[in-house]
Design a protein around this ligand. Sequence first.
Ligand SMILES: [Zn+2]
Length: 274
Amino acid sequence: MASIISRWIDGGREHKKEIDMETIAAIETYGGVVTEQDPRWRAIVMRDKSADGTFYYSVRTTGVYCLPSCASRLANPKNVSFHPTREAAERAGFRPCKRCKPDRNDLQPATDVIRFAVSQSSYGPLLVGQSRKGVCAMLFGSDRDTLLHDLQERFPGVMLVDGDDKVKALAARVVAYVESPGDSPDVPLDMRGTEFQRKVWQALREIPAGSTASYTDVAKCIGLPKAARAVAQACAANNLAVLIPCHRVLRSDGALSGYRWGVERKRALLDRES
Ligand SMILES: [Zn+2]
């Protein structure tokens, strides 16, 4: 079926989605009703997976309730109601859709909003993401679209919001630190990982700029000298490039080993720090 790319701007961020002609025809046919003004309706039209778990919708004519991303034919918005929880939808007399199965238990509602800013650095574009707890993402990437995609993959179900001036100022501080490493910037970090990963990341933050350590050194430092391989895995799972300096960890023979954001970038970061 033919499709077009729909674009819209929300909170300063450009969104792009492919929508099919049937959906567009439905919007044109049913346009102008109140439901259509509701941002939740747009999530349904766009079959937005990131909205799953944040609300449910029911269709009066079929008696079922669905997830926003349900692949069924788009309902007439005149027949649609929104429900904050699946229990609320069931209390209102609706039964779960057999196609999207909104009553399954593995759905997680979207958790904190992440505000982000994309900046330029001599290592290429970088993205800084901030949750309510602190900086939760610092990613390198080739361009804004790739960075946003990476951010969404790492934090599924999270709502991404284009950052205001505060977030941009924070990103500028991170860029300044990346460009001239010294004392690490005094910003709270929201380190999301297992207890083991957080232990490793904390140990990495103790390695000063200009120094390096081996995976085995880090494993010894956290009291698990045989866990070098798991340390390497924790380095690979790091969402906070440079702020958690996993680039300062080398193989025991001094070889660079891998880097989530490219070995060339690792070499360039280390060169500048030394
Ligand atoms: Zn459904």
